[in-house]
Design a protein around this ligand. Sequence first.
Ligand SMILES: [Ca+2]
Ligand SMILES: [Ca+2]
Length: 180
Amino acid sequence: MKLSTQCFAIALVAAAVLPSSSLAASNTFLDHDFELGPSTGFTYWAEFSSHGFPLIGAWGVLSPGNTSAWLGGVDDETSTIIQEVDVEISMTKFLFDHHIEAWETCGANGDLLTVTVENPNTKTTVTGYFGACHGTTTSGWTNEWLPMVASPGDSLIITFSFWNNSSDPSSVYIDNISTI
Ligand SMILES: [Ca+2]
Ligand SMILES: [Ca+2]
């Protein structure tokens, strides 16, 4: 697939790939890997789909475990998942795995993943923007992170929201939320 340097993830905050060996103690948030998703009767994540789609399930996109969140997939779809989690271990980074399948032509007003982590106790919010288009399609699962400082006793409001415009639908899969 043709790659374009004009078509990279838009990140207003630092985002990078971290080797798994760099991972240290992590908060284990409830259903951090989506394996307890609605099919099991647990609903830790709130889901909102403008087309009424289920967003957490076994989608055949392999990652450790069986299930993940699938955002997007059709035109004019906004898919959002939200969870508030308690912080038990001091952290400086919020990490997640994502896999992008994009058919969008790169340019303005393209399909866009917005990841927001809010710490109400410190009144801090970090937001990452990841455009989905030909050049950002991933060959597999990729780790990304946002700089979020939090301490035991804090809680975080985590939001993943993906907007698809009116043509060339893209998909973004989310899995394995963690912290360091
Ligand atoms: Ca999973
Ligand atoms: Ca699109």
